[in-house]
Design a binder for this molecule. Sequence first.
Ligand code: DOR
Ligand code: ZN
Length: 347
Amino acid sequence: MAVNSITITKPDDWHVHLRDGAMLQQVANYTARQFSRAIIMPNLTPPVTTVAQAKGYREQILAATRDYPDFQPLMTAYLTDSMDVEEIVRGHAEGVFTATKLYPAGATTNSAAGVTDVKKIYPVLEAMQRIGMPLLVHGEVVSDEIDVFDREAVFIEQIMQPLLQDLPELKVVFEHITTKDAVDFVVAAGNNLAATITVHHLQINRNDMLVGGIKPHLYCLPVAKRELHRQALRKSATSGSNKFFLGTDTAPHAIGDKESACGCAGIFSAPHALESYVQVFEEEHALDKFETFVSLNGPKFYGLPVNEKKVTLVKQQQDVPDLIGQGELTIKPYRSGERLGWRLVTE
Ligand code: DOR
Ligand code: ZN
């Protein structure tokens, strides 16, 4: 029998770019409407590296999401080569930093201040291992010699594997995985390694981005790979394994910055993320595994309680607007202009 609605524990988004200033005001409520909690990426300019900055940023987010008073932003610290161990430990103890984020220097948007050699942050990682604080990893090597489509697979070999060998108890989230290599690696590793999967990597492959004209709004990092990788991601997300969970990596950029001779990486999926994820689970005949992936695995890995609130998605058509926002900050949302088969019911 066809399912017409599904009621589940309210989900969390374990990987979000909310930006700051006017862009934050414009995008924050889309995430707060769909999710109870969100892991907030620290790649602002300048990056969020101190407890004081994270507190200030959290205040800005709470002010921007006043319409959703239950929404809880979980803050992260941006790791640099010279990161102070004490600052991280204190931020964690004070309940300000939930996790830290490792951007290899130069890997993506605002990552110039990132880490040039993981060995340089071993003192921080050792402290995090001791206190049980998760490390969130953008898993791509940065090297002119490595093809952009191979950067995740090479990262596993060169960085991730040695890191987990040296720090066998460190909790690590392999963020926004895009390859079968990453899926296989996560499945084979211990329970201290988990991965987030975006909805766009479950729905698009590199042909969608490049065939019939380049689609800048489907360009993100890590870049979408060939179809066999997308299939592996869909299989792992819908498998019921507790090592995989939702992280949209929603990353808004103004339309002019995307449709450009040097377009920015990032897909703005926040407005209808759950409607797209549920479609994938329906197509894979795995609606019974949907709640596990979107609402239960994340808190379990982070050691946080599962949300008490419920949400309902109904089988009802809705159109995604062509554009969101105004003026210079206008954004083209993910699946812009498409008709979706599901709708999130909100109070
Ligand atoms: O596509 C992406 N956009 N990938 C990232 O890693 C960063 C993000 C952004 O901040 O725009
Ligand atoms: Zn991201």
